[in-house]
Ligand binder design. Structure first.
Ligand code: BG6
Length: 518
């Protein structure tokens, strides 16, 4: 084998644009490293991060030299931490729990007790990191996961720098993983970026948007850019409008501390839904490198135009008491930890236009809400009706508006909706669905988003992480809407278990359109 061929074989799929064949049978295994999790006792770490680490270990994707240090307030020994972590991993892991995998993995689990404002705790952390490097052979490669409230990001970054935890030999790496929301508006996002960049350097920052780690979201790119079928119709000549929906049937649960004052738009539209919009609307990137991908996403975000009339083309709501499945549930204002005067929205919808040649004249409608009728995330491309249909019945109702729907979750897959003749002696047309189901087509379960993203951080693969410019542009889109809503008082109430406020339906009716009923 010649040298260039050898090199291609070991290149990862993302850094190696689809053009170059590489050996996909080779697992992507990271360098030996230590992961430090701040906020390790929080909801995210318990339910997603620790199980994802275990699942990676179970799939043989963690290096033999791997350490994990939990940082938290509790007075725990390493063994207390291991026992506690095991119970959550057993409850939430995706792959089968094997005692042998767990024993090998937990051998590298440690706990450091402390608070973010206590410098001595960071000195202890440093000593522990050095010990783990020595005991587990993790070779001074360190990742710091900030699974903490955004207001603490700056403080923790400064403490890490002061304790010299960000210094490392030149042939090793230090990376920081930051959970969303990255700031609460453009100004705070830029401020935060300045701080974190000054401590870690831009290329070491990995901003998590877990939607980009979802298999079906990545599949959107694969489908768009590996099939000739879609490209010719992927534009405003054929697409009437696009609906991006993220509906959840549950409320805020015990997350009032985070959610109240943030609301649906900052929680999921600024990040997940705008990222879905960029992947749907962007031009083909020159390659799948972070730089090329981000360039195209930035082009889309820069071309987004807000509606002039925000009262008409945005909507927000707050859930009132109602039903979640068979269960009677309270309204948002009665949730534990929510102020009875809160104006935080639990539902948000808006229309955006994209001023590019491809999308000129095709509006994108985004909606997200809690306590809606069903849990579903999807991107629906709704096509124009055929001009001069041959059969009268084609033009009745919604028939004839073909739809291509990417089901992000649940029932991951794609639905193509088109009109077909109803069997019989007359020509009556009715819409039918053609379904591709991920679960049936592939025998393997999809990995969880966090498995993919954590592994990418260890490998230093950045394409699935939004850049600071993408984050800034997303806030630029949202800030005027937030300012407008702030001047509008209380959001409209909608009953739990329904499909959101009346104003959201009006938003579509203004354009003679209607939301899809997923
Ligand atoms: C998080 C939001 O980013 O995404 C939550 O903070 C939301 O409010 C969650 O419930 C949804 O994630 P998923 O993967 O279950 O769709």
């Amino acid at each position: 084998m010649t040298k260039p061929e050898q090199e291609e074989t070991i290149t990862s799929t993302w850094s190696n644009p689809l053009r170059v064949p590489c050996d996909l049978r080779l697992p992507r295994i990271a360098d030996p490293c230590t992961l430090v999790i701040f906020g390790v006792t929080g909801d995210l770490a318990r339910k997603k991060l620790l199980p994802a680490i275990y699942d990676l270990a179970n799939r043989g994707l963690l290096p033999p030299g791997f350490g994990l240090i939990g940082f938290g307030r509790r007075e725990w020994s390493d063994d207390d931490f291991k026992q506690w972590a095991q119970s959550y991993i057993q409850e939430h892991c995706r792959t089968p729990f094997h005692q042998s995998t767990w024993e090998q993995l937990s051998h590298g689990f440690y706990f450091v007790q402390g608070t973010f404002d206590d410098f001595n705790a960071f000195v202890r952390l440093k000593q522990r990191v050095l010990t783990v490097d020595h005991e587990c052979g993790t070779y001074s490669n360190h990742a710091f996961y900030m699974s903490i409230p955004p207001r603490a990001f700056s403080l923790v970054s400064h403490q890490l720098a002061a304790a010299e935890l960000t210094k490392h030999p030149s042939d090793t790496w230090q990376r920081v993983i930051i959970e969303k929301p990255f700031g609460h508006d453009l100004a705070s996002a830029q401020e935060l970026d300045k701080t974190v960049t000054s401590v870690f350097g831009a290329e070491s920052i990995f901003r998590i948007d877990h939607y980009l780690g979802k298999e079906t979201v990545q599949n959107l790119l694969a489908l768009r850019f590996t099939n000739m079928l879609f490209e010719p119709i992927w534009n405003s000549h054929y697409v009437d409008h696009v609906q991006i929906t993220m509906a959840e049937d549950f409320g805020i649960g015990s997350r009032a501390g985070y959610y109240d004052g943030v609301g649906a738009a900052r929680d999921v539209i600024q990040n997940h839904l705008l990222q879905l919009l960029t992947l749907t609307a962007m031009e083909k990137p020159a390659s799948f490198t972070s730089q090329d991908l981000s360039k195209e996403k930035i082009n889309v975000l820069s071309a987004v135009r807000l509606p002039q009339d925000l009262a008409r083309y945005t909507a927000r709501g707050q859930y009132s008491a109602g039903w979640q499945g068979q269960e009677a549930v309270c309204g948002y204002l009665n949730e534990d930890g929510v102020s009875p005067e809160s104006t935080t929205e639990t539902y948000a919808a808006l229309r955006l236009d994209i001023d590019t040649p491809r999308w000129n004249g095709t509006p994108f409608y985004l909606r997200a809400g809690k306590r809606l009728g069903k849990r579903v995330t999807e991107i629906a491309m709704i096509f124009k009706q055929i001009p001069q249909p041959l059969f009268d019945s084609v033009v009745e109702g919604n028939v004839g508006h073909n739809a291509l729907v990417f089901r992000i979750q649940p029932n991951e897959g794609i639905t193509l909706r088109f009109g077909s003749k109803v069997p019989g002696s007359r020509i009556d047309i009715r819409d039918v669905n053609m379904d591709f189901n991920y679960g049936q087509a592939f025998t393997e379960d999809s990995p969880e988003a966090y498995e993919r993203l954590i592994l990418d951080v260890f490998l230093g693969d950045a394409p699935l992480f939004p850049t600071s410019q993408e984050v800034d542009l997303s806030w630029k889109i949202l800030d005027p809407i937030e300012q407008f809503w702030a001047s509008q008082g209380q959001p409209e109430q909608y009953r739990s278990g329904t499909w959101g406020p009346h104003s959201a339906d009006m938003l579509m009716m203004n354009d003679n359109r209607a939301w899809r009923m997923p």
